[in-house]
Design a protein around this ligand. Structure first.
Ligand code: ADP
Ligand code: MG
Length: 323
């Protein structure tokens, strides 16, 4: 970037240094020196947010800072990992100090809450804003939550209330309207997703498979089904629909939004029947809902059913960038 690149990095990134004991050298050299945790597996995940694709160019930068980290912490949660470090590649059309200041406020507020240290990155000029963040965490060998462990008979669960973020997106595109009085809550669900770190950690040794919902519950559950070589029946009447979603859409539209809306960053996971009592005890301590929505079947494919057993038809599964 321009001559101000180094002062920008110093002011906004180096100055906010946290001091984790497993960081020997953070921002400021050619590379960070990190101390991997002995006997643990390192989990690495990266998500890029592109202006015009993942967010509106005029979006609140504080929310973007939060979301860039949140979507990656959500991946760590879905692996059952304890977050540790992050690196950040920022491509910006111009050196906008006010934008950067606000972006960092959102980013570091969430990083501090989860004891995550930003240990390096790159800042460069480019034609449009791109925020690529990589997060690193740790998990004991054998305890990571993977997509490939679901077995016939396992219960299927979801955290929180999927569909709210999809409603905010649909509203932004003029395809829906948030019921009056619910705008703030729904907008926050899109702009400030809360990574389910504590639930993810307590699912170690409990869940047989897990994924975080970024592209829609139906599509992301489909990844678990394919990787595990199983199918599922989901009872659409059991979907945890928020009051805001139910106030804004009719029941079938609300269920469709919960199944296919995307951008939820909730966890979808499966639990063997014999561990359900343990799950319920663990979930009582979570600060979000945990709802059983269906069961894994030996027969492949995802079946969506109503309470009377009839089929619920979904016209699209969720978001696909290349469709
Ligand atoms: P180099 O040219 O050796 O790659 P840079 O001048 O790009 O180094 O970066 C200087 C220091 O600032 C490095 O430690 C780098 O990791 C850090 N850094 C640069 N941009 C960012 C950013 N957006 N977020 C966090 N750290 C950054
Ligand atoms: Mg260098």
């Amino acid at each position: 970037m321009a001559a101000s690149e180094f002062s920008l990095i110093d002011r906004h990134f180096a100055a906010r240094r946290r001091a984790r004991a497993d960081v020997a050298l953070g921002i400021g050299d050619d590379g960070a020196l990190l101390l991997p945790h002995a006997g643990q597996q390192l989990v690495v995940t990266l998500d890029a947010l592109v202006a015009g694709v993942h967010f509106f160019a005029a979006a609140d930068p504080e929310g973007l800072g939060h979301k860039a980290l949140a979507v990656n912490l959500s991946d760590l949660a879905a692996m059952g990992a304890t977050p540790a470090w992050a690196t950040l590649a920022l491509v910006l059309p111009e050196a906008d100090e006010v934008w950067l200041e606000r972006f960092c406020r959102g980013l570091f507020a969430l990083a501090d809450r989860h004891d995550v240290q930003l240990v390096g990155g790159d800042t460069t000029r480019g034609p449009t804003t791109v925020i690529a963040l990589q997060a690193h965490g740790f998990v004991p060998p054998g305890l990571a939550l993977r997509r490939d462990g679901a077995q016939p008979g396992d219960g299927i669960y979801v955290t929180g209330t999927p569909g709210d973020a999809g409603l905010a997106l649909a509203t932004a595109f003029g395809k829906a309207r948030i019921a009056s009085g619910h705008e703030g809550v729904v907008q926050a669900r899109l702009e400030r997703p809360e990574p389910r770190i504590a639930p993810g950690l307590s699912l170690r040794g409990l869940a047989s498979a897990a994924i975080d919902i970024s592209d829609g519950l139906a599509q992301d559950l489909g990844h678990i089904l394919r990787r595990s070589g199983v199918g599922a029946v989901v009872d659409v009447e059991r979907l945890p629909l928020s009051p805001a979603l139910l106030a804004s859409l009719d029941r079938d539209e609300a269920a469709t939004m919960a199944l296919a809306g995307g951008d939820d960053y909730e966890l979808c996971f499966t639990v063997p029947l014999e561990r359900i009592a343990r799950l319920e005890r663990a979930a009582a301590a979570w600060d979000c809902r945990c709802t059983r929505i269906g069961a894994i079947t030996a027969e492949p494919g995802l079946r969506l059913v109503r309470a009377d057993g009839s089929e619920f038809r979904l016209e699209r599964l969720g978001y696909d960038h290349f469709r």
